[in-house]
Design a binder for this molecule. Structure first.
Ligand code: CP
Length: 359
């Protein structure tokens, strides 16, 4: 299967394609961090960044990644450009696609990023919707690949997500099942992926949405050998290599007050050091951030230098996004013949693999 034009959903990509992008990201991370060599693969290229929601990590990652690659990024905040108002989404996408080399969008409604991709001649990357957060998946997978328990492959690992079925939780089910991992959601009934809890709609529509999410995960497992468990029994997290959580207070227009969420999730689903040790003595903590300290996770876990990966995970947003941009946008030839850097062979091999997969 040829590499898709757009990065809207990791389920559109094969495991091999995703791992090839991660390899490119790791090679560029090494080139830049170890050798100070910036591969200008997108020299003079422009990225347009549409944000309908606030962002720290995603915005900074995309913008600085583009600079690292020799290109430029433009930020369009809420209300600053046409997006499905007076001008149709298709017309906006067509015009932006003629002015830019690559686009990203963080949208309120998933159908808008799909519409941008359908109408634009250039690649469109989903910077998060109410449905999924695929660039977060890439940063998370990179972090797990860099921190595999001794003697284990990614396929041997378990990720336990604790708490609410946010789009990050759903996204983790997608990427873990795609990789052939064991994925667990330990969360209360009514807030499980299979409930479609955060989907906007009638109870019947939410149930149908939850069913659709599980079908996607199960299809991935059939192909990869992965497994999925959804449970409100803490026993389900025993043996987890990675313990992951996200905020409890809902998303977008589904937001509820923190207090009502506390009633549902606290204290059973708060990630404490006792919970980490129950999962396993060497389990690692992950969080997409921003975190609400003292709610879904305590300081002791978040700040533990041995157990917490959430800080390197945030940094890996940029390293993986740099690779996505370089993989999807039209690349500038890498003129590094006269440059000596330790990741040169890895970087060239990773680019060759991407080219093969795009052929
Ligand atoms: N994890 C994440 O997407 O962070 P931001 O909302 O700050 O971009």
């Amino acid at each position: 299967m040829a590499m898709p034009k757009d990065f809207i959903d990791t389920n559109d990509f094969t495991k091999e394609q995703i791992l090839a992008i991660e390899d490119l990201g790791l090679a560029m991370k090494k080139a830049i961090k170890v050798d100070g060599y910036y591969p200008h693969l997108l020299r003079n290229k422009s990225l347009g960044m549409i944000f309908q929601q606030v962002s720290t990590r995603t915005r900074i990652s995309f913008e600085t990644a583009m600079t690292d690659l020799g290109g430029h990024a433009q930020f369009y905040g809420p209300g600053t450009i046409q997006l499905g108002g007076h001008e149709s989404l298709g017309d906006t996408a067509r015009v932006m696609g003629s002015l830019l080399d690559v686009m990203m969008a963080r949208v309120n409604r998933h159908k808008d990023v799909e519409g941008l991709a359908a109408g634009s001649a250039v690649p469109v990357i989903n910077g998060m919707s109410e449905f999924n957060h695929p660039t977060q998946e890439m940063g998370d997978l990179m972090t797990m690949l860099e921190n595999l328990p001794e003697g284990k492959r990614i396929e041997d690992c378990t990720l336990a997500f604790i708490g609410d079925a946010t789009q990050v939780c759903v996204s983790l089910m997608f990427i873990c099942s795609k990789m052939g991992m064991h994925f667990v959601q330990f969360g209360p009934k009514g807030h499980q992926i299979s409930d479609g809890a955060l989907h906007v709609g009638t109870p019947e529509e939410r149930a149908a949405f939850g069913k659709r999410l599980m079908e996607i995960g199960e299809k991935n497992c059939k192909e990869s050998g992965g497994t999925i468990v959804i449970s409100d029994d803490i026993e389900s997290i025993k043996g987890a290599d990675f313990v992951y959580t996200d905020v409890w207070y809902g998303l977008y227009d589904q937001e509820e007050s923190g207090a009502s969420y506390m009633d549902v999730f606290y204290p059973k689903y708060q990630v404490t050091m006792d919970m980490m040790n129950y999962a396993g003595p060497n389990s690692k903590f992950m969080h997409c951030l921003p975190a609400t300290r003292g709610e879904e996770v305590v300081d002791e876990v978040m700040d533990d230098p041995e157990r917490s990966l959430c800080w390197v995970e945030a940094e890996n947003r940029k390293h993986s996004i740099r690779a996505l941009l370089a993989a999807l946008a039209k690349r500038t030839p890498l003129n590094d013949e006269d440059v000596d850097y330790s990741a040169k062979a890895e970087l060239h091999a990773a680019l060759k693999k991407i080219e093969e997969l795009q052929a």
